[in-house]
Design a protein around this ligand. Structure first.
Ligand code: NAD
Length: 326
């Protein structure tokens, strides 16, 4: 089912934190296309102005440049809002190992401020980005909610603490919270630049520039790569989920398993490039394999991912070919 068929009350207002980032800007775009009002709160720390520029003139869009570490900013942004989609955070496992204090301030305190503000402003639903990293070193595949291992990075800790706080806000203050454990999201507008970029846009950019990408480790690691439109659907379905499903976290993935090395050669083939990759050391805190059991989200949120990896990667390749400035 296409998320554009979902119906909300006509005057609904959404707040997307981190709305200048990859996932947040796609959420804003989807909500505008569906005809609802959206506010975007972002400090532009890892997000980019070019991701919001195209919406600035839209009558239903409002951009607020602000930091979720500041509770007053969060309170102001939440006033009159029906649905909060909290995406603001810094990603990257290895970067969090280099700056653990910042990840606590930004990812943990930022999200608790947003929970507090949402509660004070009587927001109807608080949907927030968690991560597959909360499974830590648990080797069982597929990953299933309730079977988490030891956490392997400050980033993973920040996401797990968010989930625990969200549960408390549901239990004690009646805020309907829904944690979405995203598994390796990819698609249009994902940033290909910098040392901490995600692999798919990074490989695509390097291949388009005729450069040989470096694969960390042997390339035999596998992930449940998830196309952005599935994640949009999950956020919107969570906004419509019953209160009986609140206070929980859900795997949001396709439910498949792709090996990095196969992805690399698939992209090279799709772009007609005959370039061999380099192999570098494995990254700190990385897990070897990760794929998701998505039955909980299917049952409790009505989540039905529409795009397979193959369908999504075709769309992503087209978008990067058209939009990447080399
Ligand atoms: P992104 O870096 O593109 O977007 C994050 C946005 O949050 C950026 O625009 C950034 O400027 C903003 N931000 C960060 N700190 C902020 C602060 N203190 N105040 C206001 N804005 C702030 O990353 P993304 O890939 O779009 O990720 C969105 C969310 O999804 C994050 O919470 C991330 O941890 C989570 N997540 C992403 C993936 C993935 O594969 N992309 C996987 C698991 C979880």
């Amino acid at each position: 089912m296409n998320y554009k068929m979902l119906q909300f009350p006509q005057d609904s207002i959404f707040l997307v934190t981190g709305g200048a980032g990859f996932i947040g800007s796609n959420l804003c775009e989807a909500i505008l296309e569906m005809g609802y009002k959206v506010r975007c709160l972002d400090d532009l720390s890892t997000g980019e102005e070019k991701n919001v520029e195209e919406f600035l003139q839209h009558p239903n869009y409002k951009f607020i440049k602000g930091d979720v570490k500041d509770l007053d900013v969060c309170l102001e942004a939440c006033a009159g809002v029906d649905f909060v989609l909290n995406q603001a955070a810094w990603g990257s496992v290895p970067r969090s190992v280099e700056m653990p204090l910042f990840y606590a301030q930004n990812n943990i305190i930022g999200t608790i401020n947003m929970l507090e503000a949402s509660c004070k402003c009587n927001v109807k639903k608080f949907v927030y980005a968690s991560s597959s990293s909360v499974y830590g070193d648990e080797p069982t595949l597929p990953k299933k909610e309730g079977k988490e291992g030891n956490l392997l990075s400050p980033y993973a800790v920040s996401k797990m603490v968010n989930e625990e706080y969200a549960k408390q806000y549901t239990k004690y203050y009646g805020l309907d919270t829904y944690g979405l454990r995203y598994f390796n999201v990819f698609g249009r507008r994902q940033n290909p630049n910098g040392a901490y970029a995600a692999v798919i846009p990074k490989f695509l950019k390097q291949l388009l520039k005729n450069e040989a990408p470096t694969i960390n480790g042997d390339g035999k690691q596998s992930r449940d790569f998830t196309y952005i439109d599935n994640v949009i659907q999950a956020n919107l379905k969570a906004c419509l989920a019953p209160s009986s499903s609140a206070g929980e976290a859900f795997n949001i993935a396709y439910g498949g398993r792709e090996f990095l090395i196969d992805i690399y050669y698939g992209l090279a083939k799709a772009l007609n490039k005959n370039i061999e990759p380099h192999f570098g050391p494995a990254r700190k805190g990385d897990i070897k394999h990760s794929n998701a059991d998505i039955s909980k989200a299917k049952i409790m949120l009505g989540y039905e991912p529409e795009y397979s990896f193959e369908a999504g990667i075709k769309l992503a390749i087209e978008w990067y070919k058209e939009n990447l400035s080399l």
